[in-house]
Design a protein around this ligand. Structure first.
Ligand code: PMV
Length: 329
C-alpha cells in the first residue's frame, strides 16, 4: 500500500462565503481582477470537501462532483485550473478530483468559492507545493474570484489590486469578532438561470454600473466602520443596500438578468416585517434567488422560525462565521 506522499494525494475542506460588499464585474476576465474591493464572511454550514490525486500513470483528468463525473464546460474549468497548478509545479501529471458539497450547488450559495478554494489547496498540496496564504488566495481567485476570500478564517477583504500578484484577500476579523448569523432561505435549490460568469460579463453594460462603483467609494468605508463598531443597525442597512445595488445592475444590464423569483420577494417582505416587529434582520443575495438573512445570534431562532413558515422556503441553512480553507489528514 503506497502512502499519501507517494500517491500525491491531498484532501481539503473549504467554506462558501457571503459577501457583504460584492464582487460584480471583471476588469480582467482572464485573471478575475475585480472593479472593487469586496468583504465577506465564511459560512460554517456550507462547505466543499475535495480530494485530489495525481498519478503519473493516469491518461487523463477525471472530475467527479457530488458523485457524478462532470464533462464539457464544467470539466474544462477544473482542467484549466489544474493546468495552472501543474505549470506552477513543473509537472505534467493528470489528476483525479473528487469534490462534494454539503449544500445545493449552483443555487447562489457560492459553490464556486468553496469549490475552487478547496481545489486550490488540495491540488497544490498533492503536487508538492506549499503555498503561503496569500499565494493560495491568488491561486483560488484564478479559479473563481470569490474563492480568494474563503481562504482565511472568519471575515475577509479582497483587495482588488491591479494585476495577478496584487489582487488577493486578507483576513479582516476572526470568526469570534461578532456573533453574526447568516440564515440561507433556500427558495430554489435547482441550477440558476444565469451563471455569475454571465452576470459579470454583462455587468458593465448596465447604465447603473458606474454609479454603483461611485457609491461603493462611500459604502465600503461606511460598512467597515459599522462592522468594526459592531453597529448592527447601520451594518445591516448597508448590507441590504449593497445587495439591491448588485441586483439593480444585473436587472439593467444587456441582456437583463433577473435572479429573484417569487420566493425571493416573499423572504424580502418577511425581513421588512421582522424589522417592523423590532427584530433586527437584513437580507442579501448573490447571483441567485436564495436569500441570506443576516441577524444576531440572540434573534436567530425567531428569524429562522419566521422563515421556515413561508410558502416558498424549502429549507434553511444556519451559518455562523466559519473557518477558512483547511487540509484534512
Ligand atoms: O466568484 P464568482 O465569479 O462566482 O462571483 C461571485 C459573485 C457574487 O457571489 C454575486 C458576489 C460575491 O462577491 O461573492
Amino acid at each position: 500500500m503506497k502512502n499519501n506522499t507517494l500517491r500525491h494525494k491531498a484532501t481539503a475542506i473549504s467554506p462558501a462565503n457571503i459577501a457583504f460588499i460584492k464582487y460584480w464585474g471583471k476588469k480582467d476576465p482572464k485573471l478575475n481582477i475585480p472593479f472593487n474591493d469586496s468583504i465577506s464572511m465564511n459560512l460554517s454550514g456550507c462547505s466543499t470537501k475535495t480530494v485530489v490525486e495525481y498519478d503519473p500513470t493516469f491518461r487523463n483528468d477525471l472530475v467527479i462532483v457530488n458523485g457524478t463525473e462532470v464533462k464539457d464546460d464544467k470539466r474544462k474549468r477544473v482542467v484549466d485550473f489544474l493546468d495552472i497548478i501543474r505549470k506552477m509545479a513543473g509537472k505534467k501529471w493528470f489528476a483525479k478530483v473528487v469534490s462534494d458539497n454539503n449544500f445545493p450547488s449552483d443555487a447562489g450559495i457560492a459553490s464556486s468559492a468553496s469549490a475552487f478554494s478547496a481545489l486550490a489547496l488540495a491540488g497544490s498540496r498533492a503536487i508538492g507545493l506549499e503555498l503561503p496564504p496569500r499565494k493560495l488566495s491568488i491561486l483560488a481567485r484564478l479559479g473563481s474570484g470569490s474563492a480568494c476570500r474563503s481562504v482565511f478564517d472568519g471575515f475577509s477583504i479582497w483587495k482588488k489590486g491591479s494585476g495577478n500578484n496584487s489582487s488577493y484577500a486578507v483576513a479582516f476579523a476572526k470568526p469570534n469578532f461578532w456573533n453574526l448569523v447568516d440564515i440561507v432561505a433556500v427558495v430554489d435549490a435547482g441550477t440558476k438561470k444565469a451563471s455569475s460568469t454571465e452576470g459579470h460579463e454583462a455587468a458593465t453594460t448596465s447604465p447603473y454600473f458606474k454609479t454603483r462603483l461611485n457609491e461603493l467609494k462611500k459604502r465600503i468605508p461606511a460598512l467597515k466602520k459599522a462592522f468594526l463598531a459592531r453597529d448592527f443597525g447601520k451594518f445591516g442597512e448597508l448590507v441590504e443596500e449593497e445587495a439591491i445595488s448588485l441586483h439593480v445592475a444585473a436587472m439593467t444590464s444587456r441582456p437583463p438578468i433577473f435572479y429573484w423569483n417569487k420566493g425571493t420577494l416573499e423572504v424580502m417582505e418577511t425581513v421588512f416585517g421582522l424589522r417592523e416587529r423590532g427584530i433586527p434582520a437584513y437580507f442579501t443575495m448573490d447571483a441567485g434567488p436564495n436569500v441570506h438573512i443576516i441577524c444576531l445570534d440572540e434573534d436567530s431562532k425567531r428569524v429562522n422560525l419566521a422563515l421556515k413558515k413561508l410558502q416558498f422556503v424549502k429549507f434553511t441553512i444556519i451559518n455562523r462565521p466559519g473557518k477558512g480553507t483547511m487540509l484534512l489528514k
